[in-house]
Write a protein that binds this ligand. Structure first.
Ligand code: C5P
Length: 277
């Protein structure tokens, strides 16, 4: 029996490492990225059609619910008549999935309602394939090659966005070096410490161009380090940065201090797969 009236979380996507390894003739960039998901995110509510979209939540303002919205385009591509309510908890154009995560949540919900996945879902956005499973993965190609990874160790995170929206195409266009090495071999990480050690040998190749467009990113990273993050980096094309802390309490305390800058700040954790049974 197909399900109706359901809620799908659209977790925030984090690129723990993001190497840009080349550029295709059509201008898209080849990536090699370690991607994971946080326990906070947007939320998508689906109920039987006709096709419509309403948006609420702290970041709904300025987000048009027109045909360009990826949620509507996802439902359209799946040929679904469905009423969508998007609760936008995350800042838009901020390097943590946004539209791709929301579109992937719509597609997951439609699957549960008995619809089929469209074949060309990559058309919706480069991050849609990795957001579909929303579990740790290595993402390659322009985003279409997704290799699931074993569970990562628990991570206590603080996400900070300096309320500057960055355009992904503009950040890619501001890159000076398009051909960088692939990620080093990804081992099974037993501890957060081992993961951080590995991350130190990797980069986000979009961080330098994003910092040229929005120098405040440098201030955010410095502030994360100053509040005790064991590791801090920008996610995606920015401007959201993440810090990794030793404990949930340290993350919460750092979030309290960082919030005084007037930035969007949230303490969260790595999303863990549901316990078996
Ligand atoms: O697919 P998405 O809408 O997220 O991509 C936005 C823009 O980012 C693309 O139009 C392209 O300019 C750039 N991009 C890229 N290489 C990728 C992903 C995105 O150059 N792998």
């Amino acid at each position: 029996m197909p399900m109706t009236n359901l809620v799908e979380p659209a977790p925030a996507k984090l690129n723990l490492a993001l190497h840009v390894t080349g550029r295709r003739a059509d201008g898209y960039h080849l990536l090699d990225s370690l991607v994971c998901f946080a326990s906070i995110g947007d939320e998508v509510h689906l109920s039987p059609g006709p096709l419509s979209l309403s948006i609420d939540g702290p970041f709904s303002e300025g987000l048009a619910s027109d045909d360009d919205n990826l949620c509507l385009r996802a439902a359209g591509l799946a040929g679904a008549e469905v009423a969508i309510r998007l609760t936008k908890n995350l800042p838009v154009a901020s390097g943590i999935g946004g539209g791709s995560a929301d579109a992937a949540a719509v597609l997951r919900g439609l699957l549960r309602m008995g619809h089929e996945l469209p074949a060309d879902l990559q058309r919706l956005g480069a991050d849609v394939p990795v957001c579909l499973a929303s579990t740790p993965a290595r993402m390659q190609g322009i985003g279409e090659q997704v290799t699931p990874l074993p569970t990562l160790p628990p991570l206590y995170l603080v996400l900070v966005n300096p309320t500057v929206a960055l355009s992904t195409p503009q950040v890619f266009a501001a890159m000076e070096q398009h051909e960088n090495p692939a990620l080093p071999k990804i081992p099974d990480f037993a501890t957060a410490k081992a993961l951080i050690q590995w991350l130190r040998g990797t980069r986000n190749d979009l961080e330098a161009p994003a910092r040229r467009l929005a120098p405040v990113i440098g201030e955010v990273l410095a502030a994360l380090n100053a509040t005790g993050a064991g590791f801090a980096r920008m996610s995606g094309s920015g401007a959201t940065c993440f810090g990794i802390f030793d404990t949930a309490r340290q993350a919460a305390e750092a979030a309290g201090i960082l919030g005084r800058h007037g930035w969007w700040v949230v303490a969260t954790e790595l999303a863990q797969p549901p316990a078996p049974g």
